[in-house]
Design a protein around this ligand. Structure first.
Ligand SMILES: *[C@@H]1O[C@H](CO)[C@@H](O)[C@H](O)[C@H]1NC(C)=O
Length: 212
């Protein structure tokens, strides 16, 4: 049976009311972290300053130890950017991720395809370093950029690893998408959450001595 016009009007008004009523109310997001390309967890109410649900699938290599992981959590919309991010600090230290940010209750309950991981060198190089427990590093090594990494980044801040919040600093190659992330951002990764107090991003210089 088709709903009567009156019922439809009521439904419309009701939906509208719910939407308006929902504004300014805390968002609920699925929260989980797991190895692999999927995770599932409980819906949680976000802290009032977090207005975005996020799902991130990433692949990383730390000193050659590779892992794939998925996280779902609450974020601030100003720190969340949908799309692919790739960073390379050395041939054995890199991270690629695919992120989707959304702003309605439980909008992050699905799954995402893993990011492409094109490890072909593109000829660009960046100063590189990985310095746990320090807030700066010299970048005396060179990272060879891969795939569509066209920028050099210098990130430092704190790693939120439970109750300890050690410092870190790192430099290397990145996709331009990393330039969206500014100092002051709180960004999740498949391993830890990072609080950035430095996020410099510049186009990678053309390597010298190539005669271009
Ligand atoms: C991988 O990256 C290289 C270097 O930038 C590029 O030439 C190549 O087209 C990329 N391959 C794919 C499948 O995107």
């Amino acid at each position: 049976m088709m709903p009567s016009r009156r019922q439809r009007t009521f439904l419309l008004a009701f939906t509208l009311l719910c939407t308006l009523w929902g504004l300014g109310y805390p968002l609920r997001c699925e929260v989980c972290r797991s190895d692999g390309q999927k995770c599932s967890g409980k819906l949680k109410t976000c802290d009032s300053d977090k207005d975005t649900c996020v799902i991130m699938v990433g692949e990383s290599s730390t000193k050659g130890h590779k892992s794939v992981g998925t996280i779902k959590t609450c974020m601030k919309s100003k720190d969340c950017f949908s799309g692919i991010v790739s960073t390379t600090m050395s041939a054995h230290d890199y991270m690629v991720s695919n992120t989707h940010c959304c702003q309605t209750d439980a909008c992050n309950t699905g799954s995402l395809p893993p990011p492409p991981n094109n490890r072909t060198e593109n000829g660009l190089v960046c100063p590189s370093c990985v310095a746990p427990f320090r807030d700066s590093c010299s970048g005396s090594q060179l990272a060879r950029c891969v795939g569509s990494e066209s920028h050099c980044v210098y990130l430092s801040g704190n790693v939120h690893a439970g109750i300890i919040k050690p410092k870190f600093a790192t430099r290397g190659c990145a996709t331009e998408s990393v330039c969206n992330t500014k100092a002051g951002a709180e960004v999740p990764s498949i391993t830890y959450e990072y609080y950035l107090n430095r996020a410099d991003c510049l186009p990678a210089p053309r390597p010298a001595g190539r005669g271009e």
